[in-house]
Every structure is written in structure tokens, then in C-alpha cells.
Design a protein around this ligand. Structure first.
Ligand code: HEM
Ligand SMILES: *[C@@H]1O[C@H](CO)[C@@H](O)[C@H](O)[C@H]1NC(C)=O
Ligand SMILES: CC(=O)N[C@H]1CO[C@H](CO)[C@@H](O)[C@@H]1O
Length: 331
């Protein structure tokens, strides 16, 4: 009996080592990175995020999407927050930025000001880490899982609109295109599916899916994988000549809750983009959608794991980055 017990323990510890070691070494991030320099940083950010959310719900999807775009273009180095100057068109001014709502930028800038108001913290915390902390907070404050954020990212030195093209997924992507793009950032299919559930909160402009409700193909003007009732509702909210500023809820059932209803919607043909619905229609990913639609806990575990991996993408350390004094401008 004693011997069997021992064997089980050894097996478990070996498997956890093989899963976690390579990633930890590659990313050089730590959970207690600011313990000596600014021990209260997470509380300070949390208070600012709380206040912002009380002013506007948009804070939640805005911050979450900002983090994703930051990490996929040039790595998680707050390059997405830098403003354009006369000599440089920055990432945020690429057309793909349309829904990077100002409230995401504003949250980071306000949190930075609150941190820098404490003399010992001033210019000690990177904008990239502030965004990572704020992202964890908006997920948790909208009903999603809490998790420990790895920290120690530096802010990057480049931000170019020309680097955006080809680095962000398009709403028309099929499963292979999604997998290829996420794999190029070290994320596997399960990570991609878990992260896609971020579309459980937030808004989309009509133009991002109008092809699915008006001119999908010569034989099918409406995408046949779209739920017919939902398609009619979308046509009503997004008539052909709709004001381009109109944006609609991406999760029509629980638009303000970070939950697994996203997956239940896919089962009913209520995924808004092709890139959402394909996760259910493609047999290679359907099983994962079905299991997370019925098991919220399993989804949350996968989401935390995928967010942690996303937060390690292209991290800058040492000479490759610094702490920006103003998140919107290089020092
Ligand atoms: C899987 C591929 C993905 C595609 C094709 C995609 C595409 C889009 C598009 C087209 C919009 C609407 C933008 C607009 O109308 O201006 C959107 C919104 C959003 N996306 Fe994604 N996205 C993907 C993955 C992700 C991931 C991984 C996250 C975060 C982890 C994310 C978070 C969001 C959020 C929160 C919004 C709402 C933004 C707001 O309301 O301000 N998306 N996405
Ligand atoms: C379409 O959506 C409705 C709920 O809005 C649902 O009752 C129905 O089962 C869905 N249809 C299909 C084919 O999934
Ligand atoms: C929030 C934000 O930065 N929006 C910009 C997105 O890009 C267009 C140009 O493509 C700018 O006009 C917006 O100001």
C-alpha cells in the first residue's frame, strides 16, 4: 500500500514538472515580481478598475480585447497603448483597432497614475503589467474566474500600424486559419477555443458579420450555420444601411456575464462570427465546445491556463524593454 501511494505521488509531480517547467523558463515572469518595489500594485489597479466599471460596463470588454491585441502584435509589451506621432503611425491606429474602445486605454492610464502617485512605486511598474493585471480584474469582476497573474514584462520600444496586418485573426477565419495564427504565438487549439470565449462579453459593429446575414454566398445569402431566429434578429438590429457606429452584444443571452453561455450559444447556431460558429461546426473542435458548454469549471480552468500562456507571448525583458513613464509615449 505504502509503495503504491509513493508511486502515485511521484507520477503526479513528474507530470506537473513536464507541463510547467519549459513555459516558466521561457517567459521569465514571476507572480511576486513587485513584492519589494510596489507590493500593493494589484490592489491599486483593482480599485481603479472597479471605479471605471462603475462608470461604464464597456471597461470590461475594452480592457480584455486590448490585452489580446497587445499580446498578438509585438508581444505583451503595451505597444498597443502608444499613440501615433507625426513620424509614426502606431498600432492603435490600424483599421483593425475599431473596437479598441477608449475605455481600455483610459483604464491603464488611470491605473498608472494611481500607481505613480505612491512615491516608492513611481516608474517601477510597466504599462504591460498594468494591462495584464487589469485584464485579470475585468474577467473576475464580470463573473469569470480569478487567477494569479504572472508579472515582470517590460514595455516595448516599437509600435507600428504596419505590424498589425496578418497578426490579428479575422472574423471570417476557419478553424485551420485560427489554429495557424494561434499556434504562431505558442497557443494550441484548446487555448484558442478557451480564449474565443472572451466574446461572452462585449460588442461588435455590424460590418464585422454583415456578410453572414446578407451576402454569404450566391446560393445562401444567409449563412446556413446561423440559427434562423438569430439571423432574423441580427438583420433587424443591423439593417443594410445601418449607421457604422452601431455595435451589438456578441453574447445575446448573458451579454454582461463572463460565463460559458458563449459555448451554449454556439450549440444553437448563435455564434456571431464565422470564427466563433466554426468552433462548433468543425468536428475537430466540436467536442471541446460541447464539454465546456456543460462544464463551466472545466472551461474556467482552460481559460486561466490559456490566458497565462497568452500573457507570456513575446515578453520583453532586460535590454529589450523599459518602464514607460507615460504609457501612451516612448520615454
Ligand atoms: C479567435 C479569433 C478572434 C477573432 C476573429 C476576433 C474578432 C473580433 C471582432 C471582429 C470583434 C468586433 C470588433 C468590432 O466590431 O470593432 C471582436 C470583439 C471582441 N473581442 Fe475578439 N476576436 C478573436 C479572439 C479574441 C480573443 C482571444 C479575445 C480575448 C482574450 C477577444 C476579445 C474580444 C472582446 C472582449 C471583444 C469586444 C470588444 C468591445 O466590446 O469593446 N477576442 N473580436
Ligand atoms: C435557435 O435558437 C433558439 C433560441 O433562440 C433555440 O430554441 C433553437 O433550438 C435554435 N435552433 C437551432 C437549430 O439550434
Ligand atoms: C481608439 C482608436 O485609437 N481608434 C483609432 C482607430 O484607427 C482609426 C484609423 O484607422 C483612427 O481614426 C481611430 O482614432
Amino acid at each position: 500500500m505504502g509503495r503504491l501511494h509513493l508511486l502515485i505521488i511521484v507520477f503526479l509531480s513528474i507530470s506537473s514538472v513536464t507541463i510547467f517547467m519549459p513555459e516558466l523558463v521561457a517567459a521569465q515572469l514571476k507572480t511576486n515580481y513587485y513584492a519589494k518595489t510596489c507590493p500593493n500594485v494589484e490592489t491599486i489597479v483593482r480599485n481603479v478598475v472597479n471605479q471605471k466599471i462603475q462608470q461604464t460596463f464597456v471597461t470590461i470588454p475594452a480592457v480584455l480585447r486590448l490585452f489580446f491585441h497587445d499580446c498578438f502584435v509585438e508581444g505583451c509589451d503595451s505597444s498597443v497603448i502608444v499613440a501615433s506621432t507625426s513620424g509614426n503611425t502606431a498600432e492603435k491606429d490600424h483599421p483593425d483597432n475599431l473596437s479598441l474602445a477608449g475605455d481600455g486605454f483610459d483604464t491603464v492610464i488611470k491605473a498608472k497614475a494611481a500607481i505613480d502617485a505612491i512615491p516608492s512605486c513611481k516608474n517601477k511598474v510597466s504599462c504591460a503589467d498594468i494591462l495584464a493585471i487589469a485584464t485579470r480584474d475585468v474577467v473576475q469582476l464580470s463573473g469569470g474566474p480569478g487567477y494569479i497573474v504572472e508579472l515582470g514584462r517590460l514595455d516595448g520600444f516599437t509600435s507600428k500600424a504596419s505590424n498589425v496586418e496578418g497578426n490579428l485573426p479575422k472574423p471570417t477565419f476557419n478553424l485551420d486559419q485560427l489554429n495557424t495564427m494561434f499556434a504562431s504565438h505558442g497557443l494550441n487549439q484548446a487555448d484558442m477555443i478557451a480564449l474565443s470565449a472572451a466574446h461572452t462579453v462585449g460588442f461588435s459593429h455590424c460590418s464585422k458579420f454583415s456578410n453572414r446575414i446578407y451576402n454569404f454566398s450566391p446560393q445562401n445569402p444567409v449563412d446556413p450555420t446561423l440559427n434562423k431566429t438569430y439571423a432574423a434578429q441580427l438583420q433587424q438590429m443591423c439593417p443594410k444601411n445601418v449607421d457604422p457606429r452601431i455595435a451589438i452584444n456578441m453574447d445575446p443571452i448573458t451579454p454582461r456575464a463572463f460565463d460559458n453561455v458563449y459555448f451554449q450559444n454556439l450549440q444553437k447556431g448563435m455564434g456571431l462570427f464565422t470564427s466563433d460558429q466554426v468552433l462548433f461546426t468543425d468536428q475537430r473542435s466540436k467536442g471541446t465546445v460541447d464539454s465546456w458548454a456543460s462544464n463551466s469549471k472545466a472551461f474556467q480552468t482552460a481559460f486561466i491556463n490559456a490566458m497565462t500562456k497568452l500573457g507570456r507571448v513575446g515578453v520583453k525583458t532586460g535590454k529589450n524593454g523599459n518602464i514607460r513613464r507615460d504609457c501612451g509615449a516612448f520615454n
